[in-house]
Design a binder for this molecule. Structure first.
Ligand code: ELE
Length: 305
């Protein structure tokens, strides 16, 4: 039986809000997810942007339980698994599915160098054991492995594998993958590279996973809708504007520092406090002030929504 295409649109890799004790702050989760739902985008929990790998198992379950209980059926809930222990990933895929996840987004274990066959077998094992469909998550920046596209192609025919979320910053790879999957009715290409959102959508990608969507979800939804209806000019304008927003927290920062900076912007929009989970830490007061100043200035020129 042919799978149907189930993954498209905008899934925002949600920054996880914490209180000062490092516990997940559910009150802020509500504000963030209500805003997503208002803008018609979906939450993607426990990803790279969400400090997923730093969060304890109990806190992860608390978050998914809350989101499942309050939002299942109202939005599509994506949740990442990505420990180096395969057994734990299988268990978590089951637990998260029971708690309300619609899709399990699977990272590669990054500790040992894996062969192509091991990568293949790993994803097949997860797909066979996950009660919910899985997406392959390619992010060599953190897992130190790139999932080869011919492996993705083979896996794409598995009945429980519905898409690729690609965050590898390699434009040739993007071109090849989009060409490979754009006409497939049963497998999705999701873009984990904010700066290439418009480019990829206009070539045939199915959707976006942009970190800037945490505080500007409506702008990405409008970009997506604009491409779908052929208004490329408007979509391109939104790309340029969201690029400017991304620069405020990403330019000249490590990935971890950029997440701390993004939380300052979240605070500016009253969406959450800027607490980070150790080993990531907050920025200095001086840096925080500069970010606020920059975002205030941008807000004069760009409608952020
Ligand atoms: C993506 C990229 C987002 C996000 C996750 C994600 O957090 O798990 O360019 O910042 O939008 O991997 O990191 O890229 P930008 O999937």
């Amino acid at each position: 039986m042919l799978k149907e295409k189930t993954v498209s649109g905008i899934a925002v890799p949600m920054l996880t809000p914490f209180n000062e004790n490092g516990e997940v702050d559910l009150h802020s989760c509500k504000k963030i997810i209500d805003n997503f739902i208002e803008k018609n985008v979906h939450p993607f929990l426990l990803g790279t942007t969400g400090e997923g790998p730093s969060i304890s198992n109990n806190e992860r379950k608390k978050l998914i339980d809350y989101v499942g209980k309050n939002y299942a059926g109202k939005t599509k809930i994506y949740v990442s698994v990505g420990s180096n222990c395969v057994k734990e990933n299988i268990e978590n895929a089951k637990i998260y599915s029971d708690l309300g996840a619609d899709f399990i987004v699977v990272l590669l274990p990054g500790y040992y160098q894996l062969t192509t066959n091991q990568i293949m077998k790993y994803f097949e094992t997860l797909a066979e054991n996950s009660p919910r469909p899985i997406l392959l998550y390619n992010i060599p920046q953190t897992t130190h492995h790139s999932i080869p596209l011919d492996v993705v192609e083979k896996l794409s025919h598995h009945p429980n594998i519905v898409g690729l979320k690609d965050s590898e910053r390699d434009i040739e790879r993007f071109d090849k993958a989009i060409e490979m999957f754009k006409d497939r009715k049963d497998f999705s290409h999701m873009v984990g590279w904010g700066a290439k959102s418009f480019y990829s959508l206009s070539k045939g990608s199915d959707g976006l996973v942009p970190s800037t969507g945490n505080f500007a979800p409506g702008m990405f939804k409008e970009m997506y809708d604009s491409v779908r209806r052929g208004d490329l000019k408007n979509a391109e304008r939104l790309q340029l504007e969201t690029d400017e927003l991304a620069k405020v927290y990403q330019k000249d920062r490590t990935l971890g520092q950029s997440l701390a900076a993004a939380k300052i912007i979240m605070k500016f929009f009253d969406l959450c406090e800027p607490h980070m989970l150790f080993p990531l830490t907050r920025l200095t007061d001086e840096e925080e002030k500069i970010i606020i100043k920059n975002i205030e200035q941008l807000k004069e020129r760009i409608r952020i929504y």
